[in-house]
Design a protein around this ligand. Structure first.
Ligand code: PLP
Length: 393
């Protein structure tokens, strides 16, 4: 049996006719950039994300960049980001000449630690960027309180968390000053290429981002501010318009797959109830923490990734790969240990929670179209690994 980490062909097969029609519709219109498909997508996103304004942009990275630019972040400014995320979260800060101020994450959810953010705020802090890692909301209430107290905007990196609700039921991306989303094909809602979205309830900020999306000019060739080319194309928007109505169903399927893994691991006696930051008897923690599972709010975790932790993670990777089971490490190197950030002056040991996570995390296949048989195969393969003879190699 083969279990890929992600199988986009399965999703495409289920919507082939609708998707092909949408792409051909754009082809026939010869209207390529920021046209009716983009506008329709933006209005649909405002409704879905329960936010006043949504603006389609060229990628999730550009969504973050545009948000920071529109908020005036530049040289000499500090922006607080978690040290454990996809590179873009910190990369955009450095690209603007600002300084990424890194903080550690919480041991159970691996989301930004609000207490660490409180300690990192200075007079030069211009933004706080929580990431809703793997598809679960960061703890927004204390972060919003810190932002309000210090007059600092909060930019949500919601690239992995479209449709997620925080514990009080609000959609991520509608809580902070700006929400940033990605439609990279491997996200829960993926386009046929790059794409992204910014959201905000602040109308003045929305207008500013809209102008900056196309080189900072309201009238063509007259520029009031400096923007960039952050435009979204019609084919991507047309694909998103087809897919959006299915998103909640896909996220529910991911949740069901995660629940099936959890149940199987418990059945196999591999889940010993160890808090997820401590490795249990098998040197392995299988069920990801769902912080708001008991809150009764729907979609508190949409499992863009189902991530387990293992002491002998790289051996487990090799074992799963040899059994044709897709797996990946998100992310092996925290920002403070990245070569390109050596100039920031951090060192090994500065952020122990993130460093431990980087050595232990492993994502398993959780995409919506996985079969029960595939999930059972993955779970039993891990059970085999846990048996003494495999552990001893
Ligand atoms: C994917 C991702 C991004 C960047 O999105 P792109 O569309 O690939 O540019 C940013 N932040 C996080 C957390 C992501 O997962």
């Amino acid at each position: 049996m083969t279990v890929p980490l992600l199988d986009l062909k399965a999703q495409y097969a289920s919507l082939k006719e609708e998707l092909d029609d949408a792409v051909l519709r754009v082809s026939a219109s010869q209207y390529f950039i920021l046209g009716p498909e983009v506008t329709a997508m933006e209005r649909a996103m405002e409704e879905y994300l329960e936010v006043r304004h949504a603006l389609g942009v060229s990628s999730g990275t550009d969504a973050l960049l545009l948000a920071l630019m529109a908020l005036g972040v530049g040289a000499g400014d500090e922006v607080i980001v978690p040290t454990f995320s996809f590179f873009a979260t910190a990369g955009v800060v450095a690209r603007l000449g600002a300084k990424p101020v890194l903080v550690d994450v919480e041991p159970d959810t691996l989301n930004i630690d609000p207490a660490a953010v409180a300690r990192a705020i200075t007079a030069r802090t211009r933004a706080i960027v929580p990431v809703h890692l793997y598809g679960q909301s960061a703890d927004m209430d204390p972060l919003m309180a810190l932002g309000a107290e210090h007059g600092v905007p909060v930019i949500e990196d919601a690239a992995q968390a479209i449709g997620v609700r925080y514990r009080d039921g609000r959609r991520v991306g509608s809580i902070g000053t700006v929400g940033c989303f990605s439609f990279f094909p491997s996200k829960n809602l993926g386009a046929f290429g790059d794409g992204g979205l910014v959201t905000t309830n602040d109308t003045a900020l929305y207008e500013r981002m809209k102008i900056m999306r196309v080189h900072g000019g309201e009238r063509r060739y007259y520029h009031s501010v400096i923007g960039g080319n952050f435009r979204l194309d019609e084919i991507q928007a047309a694909v998103l318009n087809v897919k959006l109505p299915y998103l909640d169903g896909w996220s529910a399927a991911r949740r069901a797959n995660a629940a099936r893994y959890n149940a199987l691991f418990t059945e196999m006696g591999l889940n010993d109830g160890t808090p997820s930051s401590d490795l249990g008897a098998h040197g392995i923690v299988l069920a990801p923490v769902e912080r708001y599972a008991a809150s009764g709010v729907e979609h508190h975790h949409i499992f863009n990734q189902y991530v387990i932790r293992a002491e002998r993670r790289d051996d487990l990777r090799g074992w799963l790969t040899s059994r044709s089971i897709g797996n990946e490490v998100y992310y092996p190197v925290p920002f403070h240990l990245q070569e390109c950030f050596a100039g920031l002056g951090y060192k090994h040991g500065d952020f122990p929670v993130a460093e431990k996570a980087a050595a232990e995390v492993l994502a398993l296949p959780v995409y919506p179209e996985l079969t029960v048989g595939q999930i059972e195969y993955v779970a039993s393969s891990i059970a085999e690994f846990c048996r003494e003879e495999v552990v001893k190699g």
